[in-house]
Design a protein around this ligand. Structure first.
Ligand code: 6PG
Length: 269
């Protein structure tokens, strides 16, 4: 069994995947959350020392809630310079911000309401008025404004993966997978019977660092398929995530890592 530490797997040539994806595997959820928080804290520290700000894109769904709650407690509540940290979202469900299923609402309750972050540093995808397309355009404008009109380069992007291989709200076989000029798009996703607003893979891939946070045995097969299986991004959109920086990590608990093929494992010291 792979020791629960950060490891680098050698990729089979057939996988055609990024050989530099790194796997941080912890035995259980609490230790994984603690290690993921550490990595985010390190990224915040280096981004703020280099650029005097830290931009992080947060994912929704249920997995990251425990991480957000952990970041809202000491030491991270006081160790991260929240006044220099900017929160963005990878995607949003087209539901009112008061809905328990809304990603911003989940993050507000788990993290934002408990930390000293200026409201101007919180950049939610707005869903309480207008249309999904207008919201997507407004979010794109917000991102471009934040990066001074230049191409975005988020410091850290945290993503989840659905059991069907979607990430953010990039779902299998959707035209959104091929969008290369827009940063943010709206899509009606039949599979979940709702409109979604999502960063495009192209926008995510500009990030300095991208991490998938995936837990639970129900994700074991999709993790192995996405990370080391044959390339088929139409069916497995998470395979589109390949940051130009090369810094791609998988934060996994042992159950989610259970199906990863391990030919040769180097301890990544
Ligand atoms: C969302 C997320 C989505 C999520 C995956 C995994 O809005 O649902 O952004 O991409 O990360 O669906 O969700 P779970 O963590 O709930 O399994």
């Amino acid at each position: 069994m792979v020791p629960p530490d950060q490891v680098r797997l050698s990729m089979t040539p057939a996988s055609e995947h990024r050989p530099d994806a790194r796997f941080l595997i912890e035995a259980d959820l609490p230790s994984l959350i603690a290690r993921a928080a550490e990595r985010i804290g390190q990224a915040a520290e280096s981004s703020i020392s280099e650029r005097d700000r830290f931009s992080i894109v947060l994912s929704g769904g249920s997995t990251p809630k425990a991480l957000y709650e952990f970041l809202a407690e000491d030491p991270w509540r006081t160790r991260i310079e929240w006044e220099k940290t900017h929160l963005f979202w990878s995607d949003e469900r087209w539901l009112p911000s008061s809905s328990p299923e809304n990603n911003y609402r989940m993050t507000r309750d788990a993290l934002i309401s408990k930390i000293p972050i200026p409201i101007a540093n919180v950049h939610p995808i707005l869903t309480d008025s207008g249309t999904p397309e207008e919201s997507a355009q407004a979010y794109e404008d917000e991102i471009r404004r934040f990066f001074g009109g230049a191409s975005p380069e988020f410091d850290f992007v945290l993503l989840g993966v659905g059991t069907n291989g979607h990430t953010a709200s990039l779902f299998p076989y959707r035209p959104t997978l091929h969008e290369n000029s827009r940063l943010v798009i709206a899509d009606y996703v039949e599979e979940v019977r709702m409109h979604r607003i999502t960063l495009t893979a192209a926008a995510i891939n500009t990030a300095r660092s991208v991490a998938f946070l995936v837990t639970g045995s129900d994700k074991a097969s999709v993790v192995a398929e996405v990370a080391t299986g044959r390339r088929d991004p139409e069916r497995l959109p998470a395979q589109l995530i390949s940051p130009a920086s090369g810094n791609l990590r998988w934060f996994l608990d042992s159950p989610a890592a259970a199906n990863l093929p391990v030919e040769k494992v180097d301890q990544d010291l």
